[in-house]
Design a protein around this ligand. Sequence first.
Ligand code: GLN
Length: 495
Amino acid sequence: MELYELTAHKLHELLVEKKTCSVEITSSIYQRIEKLDKKINSYITLTKELALEKARTVDKKIGKGEKIGPLAGIPIAIKDIISTKGTRTTCGSKILSNYVPIYDATVIEKLKKENAVILGKTNMDEFAMGSSTENSAYGVCKNPWDTSTIPGGSSGGSAASVASDLASMALGSDTGGSIRQPASMCGIVGLKPTYGRVSRYGLIAFASSLDQIGPITKDVKDTAILLNIISGHDSMDSTSVLEDVPDYTAHLKNDAKNLKIGVPKEYFVKGIHKDVEREVLNSIETFKKLGARILEISLPHTEYAVAAYYIIAPAEASSNLARYDGVHYGYRSIKSEIRNPKSEISSIVDMYERTRDEGFGNEVKRRIMLGTYALSSGYYEAYYLKALKVRTLIKNDFDEAFNKCDVILTPVSPTPAFKIGERISDPLQMYLSDIFTIPVNLAGLPAISIPCGFSSDGLPIGLQIIGKPFDEGQILRIAYTFEQNTDYHLKKPNL
Ligand code: GLN
């Protein structure tokens, strides 16, 4: 196998045994990026010089016989919504096309302390709004399994880079499914941690009560390793929780005996693609054979989740995105490009309007309008407050279910990857891609997507395992058990 194909834990072994060095690993990945990323478009910005410098530092340490951590010298890609000091961070938007953060997000500080090698910043839907990575000001990202289809979104660049061996691992962010849905469509592993598990400091905000950063990797062990590093309380994020961080790799045991797995009946309804249904039901059979007990459960408010999310997330976004005014950050309209190319800016309000009109894409504008409307006086009670009540009901459904079972198994996305352009002009259709992932964010729970099969067209299908709050260890164990007994995670796209 080539170096670029290997998992982070395998690369770590080779580094420790001195069978390779980080410069060799890093160079093998950049060579592949230079050859293939024109086809995939998974990166917005590459940081090759910085990466090689870091790789050389790690190689020196190894040469001197110093002990290295599990991520030292390992190439990792970062979703372009996570602030990186000195490296442009665009959020997939024109409005941040020239924005260079002056500080690192906490997760980046942690990775740097571990001497991980940051390859660059990955493509994404603008401000993480989308399910297909088509809403990017830097061009559509493609699914490596079939480049006429989308890689999922919004962390499509992170997922596509890992699936095409253009990164050993990656970080994404998940507000309503943006780690799990692209991981599922690209045939790799993606975990959304419990809300509060990972610091959001330096994660550019979309919907602050839902956003979480998490790992996107080639296998479950790599997810556990990366989660170990990024988790933990941070005084810079008051929503990060003072809960101990266990060693997640210690949970990786091949054992599902007597495990109580809940399967919600509301998740197997009309509209789910027959291949997705077949593969998820097969996975349930696999768990039965491994000694797990399967229980039918009910999450009765599931049908309201998408509607509640599309009030709450845009409401928070409309407030979070108010800061992009052409003064504080990024792009500023100097002359109007849209209305009258020759007219000069006439006032500050005119400048705000033009900056936002030119800087934001259509989906972001739609969300700002939706959110502003839902929060406006007279409508607040009818929409926003109502949505918050629904959110509580959804959370209660899960609490109730977890009285009976240890974890919940569901599909990740109702369909495999769809064609580029297929849903872009039909936002409601697009929003329904996240019907199985959104309830998890509304309830603040941890959930993982792991590869569990393929469609008749050869596109990957994912299985979602949802856990109790801060029970990432349990879902990792179950995911690991599934992986040890199947080989879907070993399949690679033919690029
Ligand atoms: N697709 C959902 C949205 O558009 C979720 C995105 C996300 O998780 N960032 O809002």
